[in-house]
Design a protein around this ligand. Sequence first.
Ligand code: ATP
Length: 229
Amino acid sequence: MIRFEKVSKTYPGTGHPALDQVSVDIEKGEFVFLVGASGSGKSTFLRLVLREYRPTSGRVYVAGKEINRLAGWKVPRLRRSIGTVFQDFRLLPNKTVAENVAFALQVIGRHRGDISKVVPETLELVGLEGKADRMPDELSGGEQQRVAIARAFVNRPMILIADEPTGNLDPTSSVGIMKLLDRINRTGTTVIMATHDAGIVDQMRKRVIELDNGRVVRDQAQGVYGFQH
Ligand SMILES: Nc1ncnc2c1ncn2[C@@H]1O[C@H](COP(=O)(O)OP(=O)(O)OP(=O)(O)O)[C@@H](O)[C@H]1O
């Protein structure tokens, strides 16, 4: 589903590559944790999958296509097939929960009839039935992240990218979010999650890819956060 072949990325004006000769293969339906110290290259990796940047050298494939070569007008279609969730939720503050989720479908031109069916289904999936008419600031952090996940998943993307999704949450809410991501993964969606949360990585026992200074230093099935634990 995602393949990096000797991918390097050096940002303009920096001497050291943010990613350095990274080769990995992620199959459809996998759940992968991306770990490593701050600045090790996790966000850069995720941004290359979304083609927010092109690699300086090497190739990135998503669903069999080399996305560096993708024509500009095809990039929105690529991004539509990848849901994204971030640490800071990024909800629209002046829209209700249901409107936030519906908006993701409106912008891609889905019909109103479809939207009114699929939004309540997705809110139920994430455990927010009954909260459709709340505003984001009337929700807990964990609930806001559920809205963000509903929005990312409502279009049933092939891939879900989560960059520190539990970074702003207490441990109990974090466990709830991980159960939800696990459920989404079990529908066949490939999940890649960058995290610093050792407890969660150690509990879930999924594949762990560790970056250090832009290089892959560990790729472990049913892995743990760090060997020192
Ligand atoms: N837009 C940019 N311009 C220049 N350098 C950048 C840019 N984005 C990231 N970098 C540099 O690239 C390296 C990798 O950064 P990246 O954000 O990918 O790390 P990270 O592992 O996601 O870190 P964190 O855990 O703090 O989010 C760092 O040295 C960072 O300073």
